[in-house]
Design a protein around this ligand. Structure first.
Ligand code: SF4
Ligand code: SF4
Length: 218
């Protein structure tokens, strides 16, 4: 029927308009400050129209949200290697990064000068990073992840926006807290929560202990 679409559109607008006031009444005209109201407004149960009063109110971001990457390190209370980098400085992330904003310096053994699989320095220019997530996607060691922190503005556009290794490093438990589903999927694929190297070392130690016991009994 001619004009039916216009009528339906007006109906939707009117429903939102009325629901806004009904929602206000439901929360006793405190829906802008009531914590439960804020949670409901971010769910599918949200009704009416509203303004998010940022920065006093912040919308929760979904797990798949991605902003500037961070480097995963062992938890600082890890029994074997606290704070150890998961990054092996393989350089794949720097290679695939479309705007080339990652810069890595590979570590060296102090005695031999030979390269060792950990980064001595790691920089990301966050003004150039376009949050594409390629680095996290391609990293073979689950060592770089996309962060949820989007409040990075500062008055210094030069040094403050070049993130170094210290600023980029965050514990594994941080990744588990912001993206529990993805972290668990990766752990399943790896064969446990630990880094592959730790699992290998433990396996090696168990085999050595077993061999020692066998030698003694022979
Ligand atoms: S973050 Fe991953 S891809 Fe990048 S250098 Fe480290 S191990 Fe390689
Ligand atoms: S998110 Fe994309 S642009 Fe940013 S550092 Fe990773 S690969 Fe580069």
């Amino acid at each position: 029927m001619y004009g039916l679409g216009i009528w339906r559109g007006l109906q939707v607008t009117l429903t939102h308009f009325v629901n806004t006031y009904l929602d206000d009444i439901k929360w006793g005209f405190r829906r802008h400050i009531h914590p439960d109201a804020f949670a409901e407004r971010q769910s599918l149960a949200a009704r009416g129209v509203f303004t998010v009063e940022y920065p006093d109110e912040k919308l929760a971001v979904p797990e798949r949200f991605r902003f500037i990457p961070f480097l995963v390190v062992e938890n600082y209370d890890h029994p074997d290697r606290p704070g150890y980098d998961w990054c092996t400085s393989c350089g794949i992330c720097a290679k695939v990064c479309p705007p080339q904003c990652i810069w890595i310096v590979r570590g060296k053994h102090p005695d031999t000068g030979r390269p060792k699989p950990e980064p001595e320095a790691f920089f990301i220019d966050i003004d150039i990073c376009m949050n594409c997530g390629y680095c996290a996607e391609f990293c073979p060691f689950d060592a770089i992840k996309m962060d949820h922190d989007y409040e990075l503005a500062s008055y210094d556009r030069t040094s403050a926006h070049i993130y170094d290794k210290q600023k980029l490093s965050k514990e594994l438990r941080y990744w588990q807290s912001i993206a529990p589903t993805y972290a668990e999927q990766e752990a399943d694929a790896r064969g446990g929560w630990e880094h592959k190297d730790v699992l290998k070392q433990r396996d090696k130690a168990a085999k050595a202990a077993q061999a020692e016991v066998t030698d003694k009994t022979d």
